[in-house]
Unconditional design. Structure first.
Lengths: 289, 406, 333
């Protein structure tokens, strides 16, 4: 029983990691209707920036804040300089652009910082506060993720800016006609997504150690979580992430063993999608012909 | 009108064929020793410089930096070493392509330090058919020591199999009723260690090993696996993970309050890249088999070997991480290559290269554990067969016992 | 007339390319022949992927899985049952057709990003499945399977590399011809109709489900044939040969080459084969970054793929050569 609980809590902690990245993906999707495959590497790169600052003596929270702001601007710049150019191209061309960003960021980071793992500090205390199954940091990750979720929910639901961004993604032409600065909405979306990604990266790094390949496994589960939960619903993305985390652990520990854990977890996710093609909490679309 | 078009088409065809033919190379000059001139020796290598395994690319860069030093010091017997290293992204089809390029187009003298088990397996038959020395193969698989079937191939590392047997002997002698839990990476490296441990334990393997759990390199954490292993009630933990996961495992084992006899595989025994990030206090009493010197381990700091190594890395490989033992791996391989070339003297033929490789007797190499010597013969193609167990005391790997193996 | 001239020019170009391709193994070194052999293999796979994604609009980020299945079918048949190499090709094709069709059935419910995820999941799981203990007896597990290279038949006096290349070329020509016929015909038009307007297509009486699953099957068949050929050319299969990156490379291939373009797959195959090598030569420190820059460059300069770019050039060329005031011929590839 103890081991089972431990697996569940460990799964929730992992799930929070996936959820935090999934929120960045939801952000980018809500504002552009694209899934940015480079979101993980952007988050990883941001985390390295923070690490470099902390290593140079900058106190943690200052580095944290600076990194979030810097990532915001980096995200905006990427949108304006790179993504904007291929705005009219087919969707798959955009996917190739994202892949290009992914490999460039991964390779450059490895070159600048080398591949040995680095320790990234956690702002949370060392001692476990919530029993032996979950560390304070992992609990902190869950907390921060829920906080960002709340912010996102409020932003998209209750602010005019959030509405404007969603409108832009839904129908750029109509939005422009309504007076929305579409270009800025897209750039803003990218900036916010990059900022959220940076937070995710800085939360994840203390758990998994910082190295250029830190996010590759997480990205897959993050995308799966976001899609399974409903890519247009931040709440769904978080629930999706937590489910994926727990599912993966329980599958590996009790059902199929770790040799097929990845395969079966993905199978279950796909299975969910087949029964609910827009995700557990996503909106289904009715198209008018 | 039509004939003009046809004429133009033929002209285009001619130009295109000409261009393709231009790409084509002349038939290779048949010479007794390709890759050797009066001033230069060309050596070929593949390493993963791109893709998910790029962390190992530093090994190739370290070797290249070592040769840079050799060349600046005058080369070997008046010849400089031209180290041609190509990226294979750890993809076997790419390795085949790059090795064919090295052998057929670059015409290297021999291949050294090619990395990875599946990648080397893909070219194993080819290089032996072409009779190109394929030495210092940089993986711990045991199959590179097969002089009867593959007389041109020789490995470098202490094989994972033999290393695991050393652990098995230790357990049988000191903790015969151990309950062993194993965490291993789900690939040839991980499976080789597990296989070796089982071979070493012999009949007792089934009774001693109570849990065996794997992970993929795409897994973000291995926390779930550690929890499972603890739940199995084991009191001994065989940790077969690569550096990042080793650090995670060491920390998690400590954090959940499990205190098994912790055996860590050599690949991840670096103080700087693994134990420090995991936490030195959390790494107390871990056991590993040592055969390379860890450059930041304080007990070796005053040795000539480490001093030379530090000077080398500062001057010739400033981008290299001093704490990364992978760089030592590249350095030692390059040292070995240089030595073999030196031993060939003026008889620079591929056959002589293999002859020299097969006649190494009690050779001591800098940055290797003192007492671990290289030994080969016509029937023994294992370069390194011994190691010594060490226990981490919070600051350094304290050697104990004696050198085991051949 | 203008259209007929353009057509004839196009066919002559095709003939020239085919002739050049046949002559290639006799003028280039063995190593280069090996490389171009791989280009042909990739072209077959990309053709299959383009049929599915470019012409039928179903995105697949997991075609590496079908490529792997085809490769392993060939390897296992040759290694365990001594099947001759040429017979493994249709076997791989059939097995993959069935696999693709079966995958296509549940995939009917998924669209866009969701289908992308499902196919990506397939591509990512394949190495794990191939490593699985339970299948080790056939797949060789992590160690993989080594395959012997075939010799030229009928005692022809050509090298193994040359023969293998010509064999691949023959298969490739056949596959291209089949694809061209398929896409020109009724089913091809149905595919494109489904891509552009699935609801209208259904309303017009097209059996969308049947066409989509069949397309998946055909696409997988192509990937499987490519995989089998690839295995024979490389003479080795292992789980590490079929990682997720392979599927991504195929996607890159069809996008760079040109979606919904048959000639595009050649450009795409050339790109994914040679550009990584070029990137490696440019930088040892960060070759992947250089590769990424190449991707961006190609995408910026030719957002509709190299085939689209060539089409524009071709149009300009034709335009400038005639004094016709008729609209420029847009060559359908």
């Amino acid at each position: 029983m103890e081991a089972f609980l431990h697996q569940v809590f460990s799964g929730l902690a992992n799930g929070a990691i996936y959820a935090s990245l999934a929120l960045a993906l939801v952000m980018i999707y809500q504002s552009t209707h694209h899934i940015n495959f480079a979101q993980g590497e952007m988050a990883m790169f941001s985390t390295y920036l923070a690490w470099a600052m902390i290593n140079a003596g900058v106190p943690y929270w200052a580095a944290f804040g600076l990194t979030v702001v810097a990532s915001f601007f980096i995200g905006m710049i990427i949108e304006r300089v790179i993504v904007r150019r291929v705005a009219d191209a087919p969707v798959l061309t955009l996917v190739v652009v994202f892949i290009a960003l992914l490999v460039i960021l991964n390779s450059i980071t490895g070159w600048i910082f080398s591949y040995t793992i680095k320790v990234f500090p956690s702002p949370f205390p060392e001692q476990p506060l919530f029993g032996p199954y979950i560390s304070s940091h992992e609990a902190g990750v869950v907390g921060i993720t829920l906080f960002v979720l709340l912010l996102l929910f409020l932003f998209f639901r209750f602010t005019s800016l959030g509405l404007a961004m969603r409108a832009t993604a839904e129908n750029a032409v109509s939005s422009r006609l309504s007076g929305i600065r579409v270009g800025w909405m897209l750039a803003l979306g990218w900036g916010l997504a990059a900022a959220i990604g940076a937070i995710a990266g800085m939360m994840v790094a203390p758990i998994v150690y910082l190295d250029p390949n830190m996010m590759s496994g997480i990205l897959l589960y993050g995308i799966a979580a976001a899609l399974m939960g409903g890519i247009d619903n931040p709440f769904g993305a978080v629930v999706g992430g937590l489910i994926v985390g727990v599912l993966e652990n329980l599958m590996g520990a009790y059902v199929v063993g770790t040799e097929l854990k990845l395969t079966v977890a993905l199978l279950v996710i796909i299975g969910v999608l087949i029964f609910k093609p827009t995700g557990l909490f996503g909106r289904s679309f009715v198209t008018r012909v | 009108m039509l004939s003009k078009r046809v004429f133009r088409a033929i002209a285009v065809a001619a130009i295109v064929s000409g261009m393709i033919a231009g790409c084509g190379e002349q038939q290779q000059q048949k010479s007794a020793d390709p890759g050797v001139t009066d001033t230069e020796i060309k050596i070929g290598n593949t390493n993963p410089y791109s893709g998910p395994a790029s962390a190992y690319g530093t090994i190739g860069r370290a070797s290249a930096a070592y040769f840079k030093m050799i060349n600046e010091q005058g080369g070997i017997n008046g010849r400089t070493i031209n180290f041609v290293t190509l990226d294979d992204g750890y993809s076997p089809p790419k390795t085949v392509e790059q090795i064919r390029k090295l052998v057929e187009e670059e015409q290297v003298f021999f291949l050294a330090g090619t990395l990875g088990t599946p990648t080397n397996t893909a070219i194993h038959k080819y290089v032996n058919a072409k009779q190109v020395p394929h030495i210092f193969v940089n993986t711990g698989a045991a199959k590179w020591a097969d002089p009867e079937n593959f007389p041109w191939t020789m490995g470098f590392n202490l094989s994972y199999l033999n290393e695991a047997k050393i652990y098995a002997q230790y357990l049988l002698k000191n903790k015969p009723d151990a309950k062993i839990a194993i965490l291993y990476q789900n690939d040839d490296y991980g499976k080789d260690y597990v296989h070796g441990l089982k071979l070493g334990l012999g009949d007792k393997a089934d009774s001693m090993i109570v849990a065996e759990v794997s992970y993929e390199v795409t897994d973000p954490t291995i926390d779930s696996q550690i929890v499972s292993l603890q739940a199995s009630g084991a009191d001994t933990f065989f940790n077969v993970t690569t550096p990042k996961f080793a650090a995670q495992a060491i920390r998690k084992v400590y954090d959940i309050g499990w205190r098994p006899l912790h055996i860590l595989n050599n690949v991840s025994s670096s103080v700087g890249s693994v134990l420090k990030p995991a936490g030195l206090e959390k790494s107390l009493d871990i056991i590993t088999a040592v055969y390379l010197m860890d450059p930041i381990d304080p007990q070796w700091a005053d040795t000539q070997a480490v001093k030379d190594y530090k000077a080398w890395i500062e001057k010739y490989f400033p981008d290299g991480n001093i704490a990364d033992v992978f760089n030592v791996n590249g350095y030692v391989i390059a040292y070995g290559v240089a030595e073999i070339v030196r031993r060939c003297g003026d008889d620079l033929t591929r056959a002589n290269v293999m002859k020299q490789m097969a006649s190494i007797k009690d050779f001591e190499v800098p940055m290797m554990l003192p007492g671990v010597k290289w030994n080969t013969s016509a029937s023994d193609f294992s370069l390194i067969e011994s190691a010594q167990l060490a226990r981490f005391d919070g600051a350094e790997w304290k050697l104990f016992g004696e050198i085991v193996g051949n | 007339m203008h259209g007929m001239h353009a057509n004839r020019m196009r066919w002559m170009l095709v003939a020239i390319v085919v002739i050049a391709a046949c002559l290639l193994p006799f003028v280039l070194s063995s190593y280069r022949v090996f490389q171009f052999n791989l280009v042909l293999v990739y072209a077959i796979v990309l053709l299959g992927l383009n049929i599915l994604t470019g012409f039928n609009g179903q995105i697949s980020l997991g075609h590496g899985a079908f490529y792997a299945i085809g490769a392993y079918v060939a390897a296992v048949l040759m290694d365990q049952w001594g099947v001759p190499y040429w017979a493994t090709i249709p076997a791989a094709g059939i097995v993959c057709f069935v696999a693709g069709f079966l995958f296509g059935l549940p995939a009917l419910r998924l669209h866009g990003h969701y289908l992308a995820l499902a196919t990506f999941a397939l591509g990512i799981s394949m190495p794990q499945i191939l490593k699985y203990k339970g299948l080790e007896e056939w797949t060789g597990g992590v160690q993989g399977i080594v395959i012997l290279k075939p010799h030229a038949p009928f005692g022809l006096n050509i090298s193994q590399d040359q023969w293998l290349y010509l064999f691949t070329l023959i298969v490739a020509l056949l596959m291209f011809w089949l694809a061209w016929n398929l896409l020109r015909g009724r089913i091809g038009r149905a595919m494109v109709a489904i891509r552009d307007h699935p609801i209208a297509a259904e309303a017009m009486g097209i059996n969308v489900a049947a066409v989509k699953t069949l397309t998946f099957g055909v696409s997988a068949l192509y990937a499987g044939v490519g995989g089998a050929l690839g295995a024979i050319v490389v003479q080795f299969v292992a789980p590490d040969s079929f990682v997720a990156l392979v599927s991504i490379s195929f996607l890159i291939g069809i996008v760079i080459g040109g979606l919904a373009s048959i000639s595009g797959v050649i450009y795409g195959a050339l790109f994914i084969q040679f550009v990584p090598n070029i990137a490696d030569e440019i930088s040892k420190a960060a070759p992947w970054a250089v590769y990424g820059v190449f991707l961006l460059a190609f995408v910026f300069l030719a957002p509709k793929g190299v085939a689209g770019f060539v089409q524009i050039l071709w149009g300009k060329l034709l335009n400038s050569r005639t004094r016709d005031t008729k609209r420029s011929a847009t060559v359908q590839s």
